[in-house]
Every structure is written in structure tokens, then in C-alpha cells.
Design a protein around this ligand. Structure first.
Ligand SMILES: Cc1ncc(COP(=O)(O)O)c(C=O)c1O
Length: 333
């Protein structure tokens, strides 16, 4: 295989960093958003998928036309791998659970992936993730020439996100004072943090996790919004990667997403809303003149029947429109 990305995969990375001037118009600091939805598969996970698959092909572990890649994903990595596997003519089996939305499954299938849905929760934790991981192991041993990239432990996952941080620094011409990113497998956080450390960048890294995630503390319930958060601490997590951790609720994600859409015309996914709410919480501590960068992981088009669906939001949280509605906020002033 020739080195470097090919065809559509060459469009991975180099995503835009846009200034957000309307989100917090009176803030004395600058905010920028890295739009990872501009990757061809629509999310941050294209970087991870390409890095893991191309290395496996280069090393001969995966042979196009013969091998099968098996992976567990709640959606975005599955789409990234479906895209990369289709491109390289590698069979792909993705193990998902009922929290994966139907659109993500349809996208993976349209790209030629075979989707295995686990339906039962783990008896001990009540979570789907352990069941998904067990299913992947079974498939990896029963399918011929199977390879599991295992995003939760593969060092190429964080390695792929060093470029995310490098691109932010290049676009700004300097390191941001604050970097906010969400966490699940820890690829984004670790890749950005390690790049910053290796280059002595004076950036404060804020990891944003779901309230009900088990990454940094005992989980306190079930998460509704997929993407950030995890049912167990990821193997890639290392102490000291984040200078600070902020936990946000599902409602915070909805409010953050709706604010981003209303004020900046950016339709982003649930974890991006988590970052917006975390930024609101941090705002009084961010010094004047500082620069903040938010890594917006995916597109909101995959959340149209949840976060951007009024009936879904009202059924779960009641009438919460005033939490993001600009008109109401102005009227109240
Ligand atoms: C929408 C979304 N946000 C955030 C994350 C967390 O990224 P990471 O796995 O790099 O920690 C993911 C991971 O799949 C995701 O899909």
C-alpha cells in the first residue's frame, strides 16, 4: 500500500477552527470551535479509524479482500471504520447496542458494514458496553482472519489526535490557553494532552465527562446521550492528562447544543453541547484576553430525533426552552 491517506480518506483532518463570537458575546475571552463534523465520516473518529486501519494494513495484520475488522462502537467510530474499510476493501463487522441511533446504523450499512446489535445489558453493571466487548472477542475468535483494532486500548487512537491539537495551534498561531474536549475512549484527550506536553504548550486542558460516566468516579445513573462518557475507565487513561474535569448532565448537553444552534448556527452533536455547557460553567474563571478552543466531536444531524426533537426533549425534561431561547432571554432582561 502506498503511504498516506487515499481518496476520500485524504479529506480526514485539517478541519476548520471557527471563532464563536455570539455564544458568550460579553465574555472578555475568545472562543474557537474545531469542527470535527467536517471530516468525511462526520466525526472526530475518522482520525482514529484511519490511523488504526492503515497501520494494520501496512503491517500485514489486515489484508484487503481477506481480513475482517471487528469493533465495538456506539456510532462514530463505527462510521469511520465502515468508511475506511469500504475504501480499502476490508470486511467490517460492527457491534452496537440499542443506544446507537438508527441513522448511524443505516450509515454503517450503507457503507457496507455488517452490524451486530447486542440487546442484553451486563448483569453486574447494567451497561451494554461489557456485553459489546465480549461479543467482539467472540467474533474475533470465530471469524476467519479477524482483527479487532480495540479503540479502547490501541495507542494509535490517541496518536491520531495529536494532529487535532497541532491543527488548533497552527490555526491560532499559538497554543490556546484552554482546551475543552469530551472523553470516552480517551483518544482525543490523551492525543491533545500528549502533543501539548511534548511541545511544552502552556494550555489548560479541561476534560468534559458525563455525570453518569464511570471514568473519573462511581457512575450515578444511566446516560441517554451517546458519545462522551463510558461505563468503565478506558485503558488509555493516564493520570494527569487533564488539568480539570467537568461533569455535565444530559440536559446540559441538550441546552448546549440548542444554544450553539441558536446563536452560532452550528448543528453539533451531544458531546459538543456538553462542552458549551462546561464553558458556561468555567466562564467566570477564564481570564480576560484568554483563548479557548472547543473540540466539537460530531454533527448534530445524528441527533435530530433526540436533542433537536422538541417532543423528545419535553418528554424527558419538561418545558426547558427558556434555558436556551434567545428571545425569551432578551424579553426577560
Ligand atoms: C460524539 C463523541 N464525542 C466524544 C467522544 C469521545 O472521544 P474519545 O473516544 O476520543 O474520548 C466520542 C467518541 O466516540 C464521540 O463519538
Amino acid at each position: 500500500m502506498e503511504p498516506g491517506p487515499h481518496g476520500v480518506l485524504a479529506a480526514i483532518g485539517g478541519t476548520p477552527l471557527v471563532p464563536l463570537t455570539r455564544l458568550l458575546p460579553d465574555a472578555p475571552f475568545r472562543v474557537f470551535a474545531k469542527l470535527e463534523s467536517a471530516n468525511p465520516g462526520g466525526s472526530i473518529k475518522d482520525r482514529t479509524a484511519f490511523a488504526m486501519l492503515s497501520a494494520a494494513i501496512e503491517s500485514g495484520t489486515v489484508v484487503p479482500g481477506r481480513s475482517t475488522v471487528v469493533e465495538s462502537s456506539s456510532g462514530n467510530l463505527g462510521i469511520g471504520l465502515a468508511q475506511a474499510c469500504r475504501y480499502f476493501d476490508v470486511r467490517f463487522v460492527c457491534v452496537v447496542d440499542p443506544r446507537t441511533n438508527a441513522q448511524n446504523v443505516a450509515i454503517m450499512r450503507a457503507l457496507g458494514a455488517e452490524v451486530h446489535m447486542v440487546t442484553e445489558r451486563d448483569a453486574e453493571t447494567g451497561e451494554y458496553l461489557p456485553v459489546r466487548i465480549r461479543r467482539v472477542r467472540e467474533l474475533a475468535t470465530t471469524l476467519p482472519d479477524a482483527y479487532c483494532p480495540n479503540q479502547y486500548a490501541n495507542p494509535l487512537n490517541p496518536f491520531a489526535h495529536r494532529t487535532t491539537m497541532r491543527e488548533i495551534v497552527d490555526a491560532l498561531g499559538a497554543a490556546p490557553d484552554y482546551l475543552l474536549c469530551t472523553i470516552s475512549s480517551c483518544g482525543t484527550l490523551r492525543g491533545c494532552a500528549e502533543y501539548a506536553k511534548d511541545h511544552d504548550l502552556p494550555v489548560r486542558i479541561v476534560a468534559v465527562d458525563a455525570e453518569c460516566s464511570a471514568i473519573f468516579h462511581e457512575p450515578v445513573g444511566r446516560r441517554l446521550i451517546p458519545g462522551h462518557g463510558a461505563a468503565m475507565p478506558p485503558a488509555l487513561l493516564r493520570p494527569g492528562l487533564a488539568d480539570e474535569v467537568i461533569h455535565v448532565s444530559d440536559l446540559d448537553c441538550v441546552v448546549g447544543c440548542r444554544r450553539l444552534a441558536a446563536r452560532e448556527a452550528i448543528l453539533a452533536g451531544g458531546s459538543s453541547g456538553a462542552l458549551v455547557s462546561a464553558l458556561h460553567r468555567l466562564r467566570d474563571r477564564i481570564p480576560a484576553g484568554a483563548t479557548c478552543a472547543l473540540v466539537l466531536a460530531d454533527t448534530g444531524t445524528r441527533y435530530l430525533d433526540t436533542i433537536y426533537d422538541d417532543a423528545w426533549v419535553t418528554a424527558l425534561f419538561g418545558d426547558v426552552t427558556e434555558l436556551w431561547d434567545d428571545t425569551l432571554e432578551t424579553a426577560a432582561c
